[in-house]
Write a protein that binds this ligand. Structure first.
Ligand code: HDE
Length: 730
C-alpha cells in the first residue's frame, strides 16, 4: 500500500474512509479463484490425505495435509483475561464544533474532520463463548484512528469502578471469575468468592449498586451509555490543563431488559446483543452515540467532597453539566471477526497530544496492564502492525524485528542518535505534533498507601440509591436478593448486608428479607483501613456534593422512541389482513420492525383470502426477542391461538415483562386466556380504543389509525412497570 507520509512535516489528511482504504489491502476473497496452499500452489484434492494405498497410513510427505492441519491446530489465540466476549463495528466520529479551547487534539478541533473509529463492546466476566445477556458491566472501547496516531477511549457502560488501585485488579478478577476448583459459575458474580471479596472491600459498594441495577442488563449495545470512568486531562495549545470525564450517550436512549428475560435469553439466543448490533448495521440503522465531557478547571480540583482521582466516584452531572463534543456513527460491520474484533488491541495509554492521564491509581495500573496483556495474547510486540491496530498515519521508529514482523525497514540506522541516517526519523518538537506529557509537579514520600481522600465508600452509593425511581429500586433489591441468594456462606451474606446498611438501612432491610439473614448489629460502624491523611483530604470534607442525581436514573432520562423496536405479530389462519397491514405500516413509519410469528413457517391465509409469509415459527422464537406484541383480530386465528400453548405463553410472558401488547375485537378474549389480568379492555364490539398500562385494545369498529397510534405510544414507553406490582399473576 502506498503510505501517506508527512515527510515535509505536512499533516496527513484523514477522512472517514482512511481506515477502510487501509484495510482493503489486506482483504482476501476466494470467489472465482483456485484453492491454493499457503505457498500459493494450486490444490487439486483436499478430501483425502496422501496414503500408501487407499487403506494404508498417511504419508509424512503430504505437505498439503500437514500445512492444513498445523494451521488448524494453531487457530486460537488466548482470549482476553477480562472482556473476552465482544462485538465490534467500524464507523466514524465527528465533532460538532472545535474543542480547541480545551484540547489541542486535532480530531476534536475541526468539525469537518470525520475520524475513522473501531468500537468493541463486551461483557467482562464471561469467556468468549458465554452469553451476551448476563448481569455484568459492559465494555465500551473506542479506537480513534486520528491523523496524529491512535487514540483509545477504553471505557465501560457504568461511570464508577469496583476498586481504587490497579493492584487490586487481579484479586477482583480472580474473585469474580468462575471458581478455580470447578470452573463454575460461568459469566456470573453470583457466587461466594465474589461476594466474599466484595464484602471485605467496601470500596466496591458504589459500583455494586450500578451492577445490581438494570444497567447491567442492557437491551442493546446501541442503547447503553459509555463512560471513560477515570478523570483524564485535556491540554490546549497554550498548555493549559483541565480535568475531563468522558461520556457516550446513545441516541436511542438507555434501556434495559428485565432479569427474567435476560436469563432466558442466555439460553434462547446467547448472541442477542451482538446479533442486534450486527443486524442494525446491516439494515442501515447505524448506531449513534454522542460524546460529551465534564470539564473541571485545575484550580477546582478539590472543590468536591470526593477525590477526582478516585475511580469509584463519578462527578454528579448536577455539579458539572455535560458539554456535548460530537457524534459517533457505527456504519460498517467487520469483514472477519477474528482479524478485527478479536485482534483489536486497546490501551488507555494510546493518547494523542491534547489528552493526558492523571494520577488515578487505577488508571496508572491500567497503563501497565494493557500493553503487557497484548504480549500474552499476540506473543509478539508486533501486534500494532495487524491491520485493525495500525494507525492511519505513518509510523517511523527504531523498534525492530520480533515474531511476525511485517514492516521492512530500510537502511542501516536502527538507533538514535545517528548521523549516518541524517538523524532520521527525527524528533518532533511540540509545535510539530510531538507528544509532551503534562508537566505536573509531583512530590511525596515513597509509600504504599492510599490517600484519606479516597476514604468515603458509601456516599455515592447512597446518592445512586436516592436517585432511582421506585421501580429501579425494586429491581435493584431483587437483583441483590438473587446474587446473595446464590451465596452459600451466611457470614458473607451478612457482611454484605452490613455494607448495604451503610448505603441505606431500608435498602439493606429489603434485601435481607430475601436472603435469610439479618442485618448485623453494629453495622453502622465502619473501618477506614490504612489511609494516608493529607491536605487534599481535609479540603474535601468541605467539598460540594448533592443528595440526589436524577442523571443516573435510566427511567428519569428515558428517550421515548419506537425506532428500531421489534414487534411480533401473532397470526394463524383467518387473521384480519387489512388491520395487520394498517398497523404494520404505522409501526414501520415510526422505524419499528415487525415480524410475523405463527405455529409453523410458511404462508398463512387471512379471512379475506390474502396470504402472509411467516418470519418465525413459535419453536424458533420467543416473546423475549421482541419489544411488543400485536395480535390482529380474526376469530378463526384467535380461536386457534387460544388452544396454542406457545401463543398463550408468548403473550403472558410479554405481559410479565411489562411490554406493550395490542389486540382488537375477538383478540381481547385471548388476552384473558393468556392471564393478562387487572387491565381495562375496550368493549369488543365498540368503536373504542383503550390503552391501559401498555395494553392497547380496540373494539371491532375502532379506527385502525387511532389503535395503531396508541400502540406506538405504548411501545415508546419501553416498559410499563406499574404492571409488575399490581397485575402480574402469581
Ligand atoms: Fe480493563 N483490561 N482493566 N478496565 N478493560 C482489559 O486488556 C485492567 C478497567 C476495559 O474490547 C484487558 O486488552 C486493569 C476499567 C475494556 O479489547 C486487561 C484494570 C475500565 C476492556 C485489562 C482495569 C476497563 C478491558 C484484557 C484496573 C473502564 C476490553 C484484554 C487497573 C474504564 C477492551 C485487554 C477490548 C480489557 C486490565 C480496569 C475497561 C487485562 C489492570 C476501570 C472495555 O489488560
Amino acid at each position: 500500500m502506498e503510505e501517506k507520509d508527512n515527510k515535509q512535516g505536512m499533516p496527513i489528511k484523514v477522512d472517514e474512509n482512511s481506515k477502510n482504504q487501509q484495510l482493503e489491502d489486506f482483504r482476501e476473497n476466494g470467489h472465482g479463484q483456485y484453492m491454493t496452499t499457503d505457498q500459493g500452489i494450486r490444490i487439486n484434492h483436499t478430501d483425502d490425505s496422501l496414503k500408501a494405498g487407499s487403506r494404508g497410513p498417511t504419508l509424512l510427505e503430504d505437505f498439503h495435509f500437514r500445512e492444513k492441519m498445523t494451521h488448524f491446530d494453531h487457530e486460537r489465540m488466548p482470549e482476553r483475561a477480562v472482556h473476552a466476549r465482544g462485538a465490534g463495528a467500524h464507523g466514524y466520529f465527528q465533532p460538532y464544533e472545535s474543542m480547541a479551547k480545551y484540547t489541542k487534539a486535532k480530531f476534536l478541533s475541526d468539525p469537518s474532520i470525520k475520524t475513522p473509529v473501531f468500537v468493541r463492546f463486551s461483557t467482562v466476566v464471561g469467556s468468549r463463548g458465554s452469553a451476551d445477556t448476563v448481569r455484568d458491566v459492559r465494555g465500551f472501547a473506542t479506537k480513534f484512528y486520528t491523523e496524529e496516531g491512535n487514540y483509545d477511549l477504553v471505557g465501560n457502560n457504568m461511570p464508577p469502578f469496583f476498586i481504587q488501585d490497579g493492584i487490586k485488579f487481579p484479586d477482583l478478577v480472580h474473585a469474580i471469575k468462575p471458581d478455580p476448583d470447578n470452573e463454575m459459575p460461568q459469566a456470573s458474580a453470583a457466587h461466594d468468592t465474589f461476594w466474599d471479596f466484595a464484602s471485605l472491600m467496601p470500596e466496591t459498594t458504589h459500583m455494586l449498586m450500578w451492577v445490581l441495577s438494570d444497567r447491567a442488563i442492557p437491551r442493546s449495545f446501541r442503547m447503553m451509555q459509555g463512560f471513560g470512568v477515570h478523570t483524564f486531562r485535556f491540554i490546549n495549545e497554550a498548555g493549559k490543563s483541565r480535568f475531563v470525564k468522558f461520556h457516550w450517550r446513545p441516541m436511542l436512549g438507555t434501556h434495559s431488559m428485565v432479569w427474567d428475560e435476560a436469563q432466558k435469553m442466555a439460553g434462547k439466543d446467547p448472541d442477542w446483543l451482538r446479533r442486534d448490533l450486527w443486524e442494525a448495521i446491516e439494515m442501515g440503522e447505524y448506531p449513534e452515540f454522542e460524546l460529551a465531557v465534564q470539564l473541571v478547571e485545575e484550580e477546582d480540583e478539590f472543590m468536591f467532597d470526593f477525590d477526582l482521582l478516585d475511580a469509584t466516584k463519578l462527578i454528579p452531572e448536577e455539579l458539572v453539566p455535560l458539554t456535548p463534543v460530537g457524534k459517533m456513527v457505527l456504519n460498517r460491520n467487520p469483514d472477519n471477526f477474528f482479524a478485527e474484533t478479536e485482534q483489536v488491541a486497546f490501551h488507555p495509554g494510546n493518547l494523542v497530544p491534547g489528552i493526558d492521564v492523571t494520577n488515578d491509581p487505577l488508571l496508572q495500573g491500567r497503563l501497565f496492564s494493557y500493553l503487557d496483556t497484548q504480549l500474552n495474547r499476540f506473543n509478539s510486540t508486533n501486534f500494532s502492525e495487524i491491520p485493525v491496530n495500525r494507525p492511519v498515519c505513518p509510523v517511523h521508529n527504531h523498534q525492530r524485528d520480533g515474531f511476525m514482523r511485517q514492516t521492512i525497514n530500510k537502511g542501516k540506522t536502527n538507533y538514535w542518535p545517528n548521523s549516518l541516517g541524517n538523524g532520521c526519523p527525527m524528533m518532533a518538537p511540540e509545535h510539530m505534533g510531538g507528544y509532551v506529557h503534562h508537566m505536573e509537579k509531583v512530590e511525596g514520600h515513597k509509600i504504599r498507601a492510599r490517600s484519606e481522600s479516597f476514604n468515603d465508600h458509601y456516599s455515592q452509593a447512597t446518592l445512586f440509591w436516592n436517585s432511582l425511581t421506585e421501580t429501579e429500586k425494586d429491581h435493584l433489591v431483587a437483583a441483590a436478593q438473587f446474587e446473595l441468594g446464590k451465596v452459600a456462606s451466611k457470614e458473607v451474606r451478612r457482611r454484605q448486608l452490613a455494607n448495604f446498611h451503610r448505603v441505606d438501612p431500608q435498602f439493606a432491610a429489603l434485601v435481607a428479607v430475601g436472603i435469610g439473614v439479618e442485618v448485623p448489629i453494629g453495622a453502622d460502624s465502619e473501618s477506614t483501613g490504612n489511609y494516608e491523611a493529607n491536605a487534599a483530604s481535609q479540603q474535601m470534607k468541605k467539598g460540594k456534593s448533592v443528595k440526589e442525581s436524577p442523571a443516573v436514573s435510566m427511567e428519569k432520562n428515558k428517550i421515548e422512541t419506537a425506532k428500531s423496536r421489534k414487534v411480533a405479530i401473532l397470526i394463524e389462519e383467518g387473521f384480519e389482513y387489512n388491520e395487520v397491514m394498517q398497523v404494520k405500516e404505522a409501526l414501520e413509519a415510526e422505524g419499528a420492525h415487525v415480524k410475523i410469528i405463527s405455529k409453523f413457517l410458511g404462508k398463512r391465509m387471512s379471512s379475506t383470502g390474502q396470504e402472509l409469509e411467516v418470519d418465525s415459527s413459535h419453536v424458533t422464537t420467543a416473546s423475549i426477542m421482541y419489544d411488543a406484541v400485536y395480535i390482529p383480530d380474526g376469530e378463526k386465528s384467535i380461536r386457534t391461538m387460544m388452544q396454542l400453548g406457545d401463543a398463550l405463553h408468548f403473550i403472558s410472558e410479554a405481559f410479565k415483562h411489562a411490554k406493550a401488547i395490542a389486540t382488537s375485537g375477538y383478540g381481547i378474549n385471548l388476552l384473558e386466556r393468556a392471564f393478562v389480568l387487572g387491565i381495562n379492555f375496550a368493549d369488543q364490539n365498540s368503536g373504542n380504543v383503550v390503552s391501559h398500562s401498555g395494553i392497547v385494545t380496540a373494539g371491532s369498529d375502532a379506527d385502525a389509525s387511532d389503535f395503531a397510534n396508541k400502540f406506538i405510544a405504548a411501545i415508546k414507553k419501553h416498559r410499563h412497570w406499574d404492571r409488575e406490582k399490581s397485575m402480574t399473576p402469581a
